[in-house]
Design a protein around this ligand. Sequence first.
Ligand code: PMP
Length: 361
Amino acid sequence: MPRVFNFSAGPATLPEAVLRQAQAEMLDWHGLGASIVEISHRSAEFMQVAERADADLRTLLAIPDSHVVLYLSGGATTQQALIALNFAGAGQTADYVVSGHWSKTAIRQAAPYVAVNIAASSEEDRFRSLPGREGWRLSPDAAYVHITANETIHGVEYRTTPEVGDVPLFADFSSSIASEPLDVAKYGLIYAGAQKNLGPVGISVVIVRRELLERSGQHRAEIFDYRAHAARDSMLNTPPTWNWYMLGLTVRWMLEQGGVDEFARRNAEKAALLYATIDAGDGFYRNEIEASVRSRMNVPFFLHDPALDAMFLAESRAAGLMALKGHKAVGGMRASLYNAMPVEGVRALVDFMRDFQARHG
Ligand code: PMP
């Protein structure tokens, strides 16, 4: 059974080399006689795996010493609540820029703990653009400014880091982390669920400026306290060892492939190929996002006649192209082009799209 090209938004395709290594090591990790997920998280063997993953992630993302990395169970959604508890006083204002579905989720999770100020929103434009920085109404006393670096469902992405002055910038990078070089120092906090570019679902990475951990935040249990997790190197309780191990393999693979510079190049090539095919279709295909903020990771598109959708999905699946159905909030199609998607996968997709158009256009 050959592997298909899997365009799922997440959980998403993983590098075949990583899956094969995990398979080879599953029963016996490096002569241990047991799997890495059958042993204590405090064992020398697992500590070695965890420390290497951390060192490699720091190298991959060029994370400065000013920032600490937490490896936490709970998804990105959990972090959306925890950032409010950890960094804002009860009822303190936090600024949110709304650019799509995931920005709204972030607000819903934080709303019980902070006074949410919607600094800007592109909802009136049905999230086909990003709110221009000049129109943001930031609060001088905000605990943080929150943005969603890439909107996985709506397909819009910040192509530059917005300047927000002295208030720390917090960003949800779940669906674009490690897709291109990133100036971590510009952010107070970056969080990402692993299940797009960093490995399988089950672990989140939180990259936070150390000095922010001194904020008292709000009354909370120790298990919700980032400072406590940082003090125990993310081993306050049993971490998701399988996911940490898989994240380590995935990060190592990205370094071996040439790091984020190389992935930026590949991702630009893949996105250009797909958007060019959509735009060249004389209206047969359509992507409505303002060109300057089109996501390189998640490309939603529509067929001119929705009556063709079911056939497009069935035929693409038969051609070995999996999971192209769009999110129900948007409809149509969506192709996710994360780091593990090879350019050959996008070539196969655009060949299929041209052929489908020739037959049905
Ligand atoms: N933020 C973004 C940008 C996402 O794409 C997702 C999941 N697709 C989430 C947050 C939520 O992540 P989780 O399901 O891991 O909580």
